[in-house]
Design a protein around this ligand. Structure first.
Ligand code: MLT
Length: 406
């Protein structure tokens, strides 16, 4: 009997950003005279940097020549890129990570959705709330949730750890001990970042309870403060309790190129002593044929002297937008968070307005698109996210429209 996967059927509605895209498309159709500014999905707007474009061209040219043509990439990544990552993102920061603990992939979204596959179905999952929806949805799809409680709008087996202004957006330890703990810092969506001392407490907790931290460091390049760690592996003991996921999308603008990586230390074992490194390697080998050579050469170029300088300039460009929004919104009387170590502004909706109502109002009155906080989880209700990934012109125009019309 053919039947759809019942775990998929537990998911409510469509993926958050697909829902927003549909609403915006309908608005555009009904208002063809309006120019919509999108500060919703965190997609970059600046073109690829010259060093990246050069590396892409060179790699394409190599593919056109018999002697340098390449077929399937190694499923775990080319050595040249794994080495560049381990050197630049870890060893140069004093983190003890070997080249072969890096798994190159087609992006952080895939890795953060797929990594749950190496854990048992009955593992208890804890997420910060609000949360990047992929963590919860991918666990629901894998059957790692039981019943949906309509009143609280929560899946019973996912432990939500509220992160609000009241706890400075740092989760408290949950009552129910989780096996898998997702932490994203700098955080999507709140734009806030954990201090090293707070992260160290979570690493200690995970080691003590034999939990694993899945640490999403996609926004690491945006850190501007000294006491905020760039990697979980800056914390002592992280090699026995943490997996880290990285992206080239937000720092080097690879949202359309696709490249990311995950670090699984060889010291990380389950309660029976099974090394998770081998399981993730097995998963890659079975379900993935390696990120394309051309993209991996582009990734390598991100770590060249020119690439590093250009990436810094890109990050500075977007953080200028964050500054513009922070100042303008504060002047308008909004309570805002984030935008210092991350390219997201997290604002409190006026008069506790529901997040989706604020979304509709912003779209109707200012033709500006943002992301409703409740789309990221129950504790996101009453908040709203704006991304700093727009152009300078659009960002300035968006805040002008909000000031004038909302
Ligand atoms: C977001 O807007 O939250 C992100 O861009 C989504 C993503 O990176 O997949």
């Amino acid at each position: 009997m053919l039947k759809a996967n019942p775990d998929y059927l537990k998911l409510q509605g469509s993926y958050l950003f697909s829902t927003i895209a549909k609403k915006v498309a309908a608005y555009k159709e009904a208002n063809p005279d309006k120019t919509v500014i999108s500060l919703g999905i965190g997609d970059v707007t600046q073109p690829l940097s010259p060093s990246i474009v050069k590396a892409l061209h060179t790699a394409v040219d190599e593919m056109a020549v018999k002697e340098t043509f390449r077929g399937y990439a190694p499923d775990l990544g080319y050595d040249f890129l794994r080495k560049a990552i381990a050197e630049n993102d870890y060893r140069s920061r004093g983190c003890d990570i070997a080249d072969d603990e890096i798994f190159v992939s087609d992006g952080a979204k895939s890795d953060s959705g797929n990594i749950q596959e190496i854990f048992a179905p009955d593992c208890i999952v804890a997420v910060c709330d609000p949360v990047y929806p992929v963590y919860v949805d991918s666990n629901v799809m894998a059957g790692r949730t039981g019943t949906y409680d309509k009143a609280s709008e929560q899946w019973s087996d996912v432990v939500y750890m509220p992160c609000t202004a009241e706890n400075d957006f740092v989760p408290d330890f949950p009552e129910k001990t989780p096996d898998i703990i997702y932490i994203c810092s700098p955080n999507n969506p709140t734009g806030t970042a954990m201090k090293k001392a707070d992260l160290q407490k979570w690493v200690d907790y995970a080691n003590e309870h034999h939990s694993v931290i899945i640490y999403d460091a996609a926004y690491e390049a945006y850190i501007s403060e000294d006491d905020v760690p760039h990697s979980v592996f800056e914390c002592s003991g992280a090699r026995t309790c943490a997996i880290e996921i990285h992206s080239f999308s937000k720092n080097a603008g690879f949202t359309g190129v696709r490249l990311g990586y995950t670090v699984v230390p060889k010291d990380l074992k389950d309660t029976d002593g099974v090394a998770l490194h081998g399981l993730w390697a097995r998963r890659h080998g079975t379900k993935f044929n390696g990120a394309p050579y051309i993209q991996q050469r582009a990734g390598e170029a991100v770590y060249s002297a020119q690439g590093i300088a250009e990436t810094k300039a890109l990050v500075a460009y977007y953080m200028e937008n964050a500054k513009t929004m922070r100042k303008a919104l504060k002047d308008m009387g909004y309570t805002i968070y984030g935008g210092v170590n991350a390219p997201y502004i997290w604002l409190k909706t006026p008069d506790n307005m529901k997040s989706w109502d604020f979304f509709d109002m912003l779209l109707e009155k200012a033709s500006v698109v943002g992301t409703p906080g409740s789309g990221f989880g129950p504790s996101g209700e009453g908040y709203f996210r704006l991304t700093a990934f727009g152009t300078h012109e659009n960002t300035a125009e968006a805040v002008k429209r909000i000031a004038g019309n909302v």
